[in-house]
Design a protein around this ligand. Structure first.
Ligand code: ZN
Length: 345
């Protein structure tokens, strides 16, 4: 493996990514080397492609991007005794510290020193990825490489959805991007009653209805109150999952919730956004911010649900060979795609 590897790199501080020949990463004693088979393109990668303000502030150049992947272990660090060469894997892309209060309490996903692959550390858009053995997640036979490549965003969806008890509840999801759609599938899988998903993008709402048994509502043309009346909902949604970062969606969610309703927030507003706090106080609403995946409880639950009938495959709308990565990013930038998967084999 001395001949280098293909990698999709942010080589210059401008729009785009470049296919380069990079050195195969050297692994440390506690790491594994993974041959990457499939990768998913994330909204984060689009920010990096477009080189917006966040990306310019956050990403050092050059940087191999990408954090959604599945592959196979091809090399083990000398301290790694519980994994084997040839195992099919995905993995947690948040590299955590071990010294913070939360980390030492076992709440690894709350470690403030977390570094992201493809953001702060060399990423997965490459033929080979170095990953700490701790971060590796084994893939059972029931999960193929393309689903393995979207476990990171599915994990965001699962973590958000499972924030609150959903059995028999009426759930509103605002934002029908791929993660919102996967959250809808999870909410349905675990036994909610009514699941309504809102957006203003008709393509995404159509995809949502294809992937999950949900009621899609285009809030640009439909009145959510009428939809709720049609479902014979009297008091409002019990749980809200905010996946859009859109202030009007958040306002509508607060208005549509029952007294004592619960909201999990995954969507990220572009900046400070006005919130009607008194409304939230008087409705006695609980709000939880969600970051990443619980390490590794979200992974455990997600894999268990996939083995038990949770089906999100149709959220993958585009598949490209990695040499066609420009088409893949084009599909994402069109705003009409679900998940886009790149094939590195
Ligand atoms: Zn992602």
């Amino acid at each position: 493996m001395t001949n280098g590897m293909k990698a999709l790199e942010k080589s210059k501080a401008e729009v785009g990514l470049w296919m380069v020949n990079a050195a195969v990463p050297a692994i440390g004693p506690d790491d594994v080397l993974i041959r990457v088979k499939k990768t998913g393109i994330c909204g984060t990668d689009i920010h990096i492609w477009q080189w917006d303000e966040w990306a310019a502030r956050t990403i050092p150049v050059p940087m191999i991007t990408g954090h959604e992947f599945a592959g196979e272990i091809v090399e083990l660090g000398k301290n790694v005794t519980d994994l084997k060469i040839g195992q099919r894997v995905s993995g947690e892309g948040h590299l955590i510290g071990k010294t913070s209060r939360q980390s030492r309490a076992g709440k690894f996903h709350l470690d403030p020193a977390t570094r992201g692959i493809g953001v702060n550390e060399q990423g997965a858009f490459a033929e080979f990825l170095r990953l700490p053995a701790f971060n590796v997640v084994l893939l059972p036979d029931a999960i193929d490489d393309e689903i393995g490549a979207i476990l990171d965003p599915l994990g965001n969806a699962v973590h958000t959805a499972l924030s609150f008890d959903l059995v028999g509840e009426d759930v509103l999801i605002t934002g029908a991007g791929p993660t919102g759609i996967m959250a809808a599938a999870v909410v349905r899988h675990v036994g909610a009653r009514h699941v309504v998903i809102t957006d203003v993008n008709p393509d995404r709402l159509a995809l949502a209805a294809e992937v999950a048994d949900v009621v899609p509502v285009n809030v640009a043309t439909q009145d959510l109150k009428e939809v709720m009346a049609g479902l014979k909902m009297k008091e409002g949604f019990d749980v809200g999952l905010e996946m859009s970062g859109n202030q009007r969606a958040m306002d509508q969610m607060v208005e549509s919730l029952v007294m004592g309703g619960r909201i999990a927030l995954l969507g990220i507003p572009p900046g400070k956004s006005p919130v009607d706090w008194s409304r939230i106080v008087f409705k006695a609403i609980t709000i939880k911010g969600v970051y990443g995946r619980e390490i590794f409880e979200t992974w455990y639950k997600m894999i268990a649900m996939l083995e038990n009938g949770l089906d999100v495959r149709r959220v993958i709308t585009h598949r490209f060979k990695v040499d066609e990565f420009r088409d893949g990013f084009g599909a994402m930038l069109s705003g009409k795609s679900g998940k886009v998967v790149l094939d590195w084999t």
